[in-house]
Design a protein around this ligand. Structure first.
Ligand SMILES: [Cu+2]
Length: 155
């Protein structure tokens, strides 16, 4: 049922979307708003559904597109969005996690190239149980944000 709902959401989306199953994990539309040509870093987003019976945890990510690729969350202090590293993102059986603007996200820091709308950026998601899963982040239209300018002072 949950998968049906997610499929309907994907169908309703005006943008192209892609998804894949890897074991019990449904990985939906890894994506990245197109970074500015001058950006040194970029944010990536993805939705992951654990459709199995065992707890899972997203514990890391790798990509040749950046010198370092980490998991971040966004916290708000005095109305200012600040980003902090995450050690991992637990995904309980039946749970759906969303890495999305203003929340948890993948941080590509030290971009090794440029990305144009429609490009597919290769990356490897690392799960505690499922291990490494190859995905591609689709470059979506720019969202106007320059992640280089966001607060990462606590790194
Ligand atoms: Cu970040």
């Amino acid at each position: 049922m949950k998968r049906l709902i997610l499929s309907l959401i994907l169908l309703a989306s005006p943008l192209a979307a892609h998804d894949q199953m890897s074991g019990d994990l449904h990985i939906i539309h890894p994506s990245m708003p197109q970074p500015l040509a001058t950006a040194r870093s970029a944010a990536g987003y993805v939705t992951i559904s654990n459709e199995g019976d065992t707890p899972e945890e997203l514990i890391g990510i790798r990509s040749p597109f950046a010198k370092s690729t980490t998991l971040h969350t966004t916290i708000f202090e005095d109305g200012i969005a600040r980003m902090r590293p995450l050690v991992g993102v637990p995904i309980a059986p039946g749970e759906v996690i969303n890495l999305e603007p203003g929340g948890m996200h993948v941080m590509f820091m030290g971009l090794t190239g440029t990305a144009n709308e429609g490009d597919m950026i290769p990356a490897t998601l690392i799960f505690r149980n499922a291990g490494e899963v190859a995905v591609e982040f689709m470059v979506d239209p720019a969202d106007g944000a320059d992640h280089s300018r966001m607060d990462h002072s606590n790194h």
